[in-house]
Design a protein around this ligand. Structure first.
Ligand code: F6P
Length: 319
């Protein structure tokens, strides 16, 4: 194996740069060439491909975003798109490809590997919605960004005796909401994985207020319902001024946490080593504190598990 390609795809996540750095440096250590493919599968199809070297990855371990940039490609989901992608990789003599991204990006890698390209997937998404790994690159940083914002919102919410609904990202996965809510002492956490009853949430808010609680923070995961309806519903039921804060894209940016940098460095290194060993169609994972790899087909079949115990604990602690 002489030449590998690397791309980042889907929503960017803090720590992707640390993974790219680890890939380039591990490859150089092993005398393997690396080509950076810009803008994910879109850049592959447009031949936006450049050789990388020691200078390409200098001074990036601490930077958010991805130096390779990212995209979501609809065309790459088609047979024609995938065939074109394989041809371009062949033209560049890139026999192996490392894809850093989420489930959707792994499906692209799976399609390429079915067409003879050696592929390795590295989980990178703030959503932490990939079933095969306990953590994906970017989740920890996004969680800490959300937590920092919740602390600030709590200050002003207390000063005004209000309720504040904080919407966080996560698509259909409630992990950012659950763990930011647990760590931030939220009164209620609303996630797509669990049903909720607004009357019960409001009763709890009023009981807290009667006891002298100055603020109430409700965390809403973006996939769990309408932000505006929730704010309105709470204010109507409780009569307490209810404001909303949608944290939005700040959760995707910023310097990666130490956890994400380490996770990314380990997984980037592992991905290159797997290719050097002659492995293909694998995904790097961390499970029960151990770094492992598994087949991409099996990885894509594993359903993401919601931590019901943590959810119950957060409810008990928020009385
Ligand atoms: O997958 C990461 C994520 O930030 C999700 O949490 C969110 O639903 C989505 O991407 C937003 O995507 P876009 O960048 O296309 O608006």
């Amino acid at each position: 194996m002489k030449r590998i390609g690397v791309l980042t795809s889907g929503g960017d996540a803090p720590g992707m740069n640390a993974a790219i750095r680890a890939i380039v440096r591990t490859a150089m250590y092993n005398k393997v060439e690396v080509f950076g493919i810009k803008r994910g599968y879109t850049g592959l199809l447009e031949q936006d491909i450049e050789p990388m070297n020691i200078y390409s990855v200098a001074d990036i371990i601490h930077r958010g975003g991805t130096i390779l940039r990212s995209s979501r490609s609809e065309y790459f989901k088609t047979e024609a798109g995938q065939k074109k992608g394989v041809k371009i990789l062949n033209d560049y003599n890139i026999e192996s490809l490392i894809v850093i991204g989420g489930d959707g990006s792994f499906k692209g890698a799976q399609a390429l590997s079915n067409r003879g390209v050696n592929t390795i997937g590295i989980p990178g998404t703030i959503d932490n919605d990939i079933g095969c790994t306990d953590y994906s690159i970017g989740f920890d940083t996004a969680l800490n960004t959300a937590l920092d914002a919740i602390g600030k919102i709590r200050d002003t919410t207390s000063s005004h005796n209000r309720v504040n609904v904080v919407e966080v990202m996560g698509r259909d996965c409630g992990d950012i909401a659950l763990f930011a809510g647990l760590a931030g002492g939220a009164e209620s956490i609303i996630v797509p994985e669990q049903e909720y009853n607004l009357d019960i949430i409001c009763e709890k808010l009023l009981k807290g207020k009667d006891r002298g609680k100055l603020h109430s923070i409700i965390i809403l995961s973006e996939g769990a319902g309408s932000f505006d309806d929730l704010c309105k519903g709470i204010e109507e039921r409780t009569g307490v001024v209810t404001r909303g804060t949608n944290l939005g894209y700040i959760q995707r940016g910023g310097s990666p946490s130490s956890f994400d940098r380490i996770l990314a460095s380990r997984m980037g290194n592992m991905a290159v080593n797997l290719l050097i060993e002659g492995q293909s169609s694998r995904v790097t994972c961390i499970r029960d504190n151990k770094y492992i790899d598994m087949g991409i087909n099996e990885a894509l079949e594993i359903e993401k598990k919601f931590d019901v115990e943590a959810y119950k604990i957060s409810d008990i602690l928020s009385i």
